[in-house]
Ligand binder design. Sequence first.
Ligand code: NIG
Ligand code: FE
Length: 413
Amino acid sequence: MASTLVTNIKLLVNTRFENKLLRGKELSVLPCVENAFLLIEDGFIASFGEMINLGPVDEVADNIIDASGQMVLPCWCDSHTHLVFAASREEEFVDKIRGLSYAEIAARGGGILNSARKLNAMSESELLRLAWARLNEVMQMGTGAIEIKSGYGLSVEGELKMLRVIKRLKETSPIPVKATFLGAHTYPPEFKENHQGYIELLIKEMLPVIAEEELADYIDVFCETGFFSPGETEQICRAGMSYGLKPKIHANQLNLSGGTQTGVKLGAVSVDHLETMDEDAIQQLAASQTIGTLLPTAAFFLRMPFQPARQLIDGGCAIALATDFNPGSSPSGNMNLVVSMSCIQMKMLPEEAINAATINGAFAMELQDEVGSINIGKKANLIFTRPVPSLAYLPYSFGTNPIDRVMIEGEWL
Ligand code: NIG
Ligand code: FE
């Protein structure tokens, strides 16, 4: 058995003995151990505690890492990304600076349709190569588990190609990957006036193959005015659910779309975005088991009001944070920035943000038994920080790289 002992950790962050989805006030409690040790065996956390309680037997490890001055955190759990895409879209970024809105760009064939054209023209192996590079980049930035969506295919072949790329990432990546089928991202031009025609394609042509080849864990729908209505969202999700795919829904991004209520009604694992919330949506979410996943970098990039994190947390919701990494609304997969932005712009406390980006993010991918906290038996997917004065310094020093090294299953990246 290979063992690694990490000693003299200035602060071991998010140490837990049970897995519990955190909601409301619970989010502000972040258990930590000062001057700690951490024992890793065969890539898994075997024990941890204060240095003074480190027995002489524990010191017999194959490897000893002195982490003096460093903090150790569980890796970020990024539960919402669109990391498989063919090309960046900085030309639309410039159009937006010149005054066009996201909706206007989408209406003239840009946006998701632009990405879909490019993705359909690209080979599976080239897509995989690009996605693999992005995955490695986000791992270097501390991401230790990730969810990836389809949704830039919008054709039977394109969607299956994307999902097969995600499956390859799942098989080869050192970190856990969850796959989400988002065929209902927008209507392709040929189905613009025939919504049921496209929905039938999703349900009758795509879902059976996805189930047969085990290409997805979740089903997602962009429930939004001008995209998929609550009724259409429910129809698509129920079809996915009949194949064992649980819903994770794009909800309440641009409008009060009813997406949150639909997600709650369907028992969705999460409803994501939530820039535009009213009292009813907040109350229904708070009373449910569904996680609200906030994507502050998408709001930032689209110059939208940020998600009402304080109202959601104070109202008792379970909140996660994710990047939404995609070429149209969040061309960054940097969870450190997401954590900073949630503190700076949404007034989340550092403890709340770290919990939302680790343990609650793990729950939003149903990976809470594997990752998301320092807990015996979980994977040693860990962030070792540079020397930092305090925990709050991490979100405070936005835009700087707080990470010295990342460990995945006990091995340095
Ligand atoms: O999560 N909102 C819908 N989908 C993406 C954006 C997709 C795109 O513009 O390419 C999002 O923000
Ligand atoms: Fe998204």
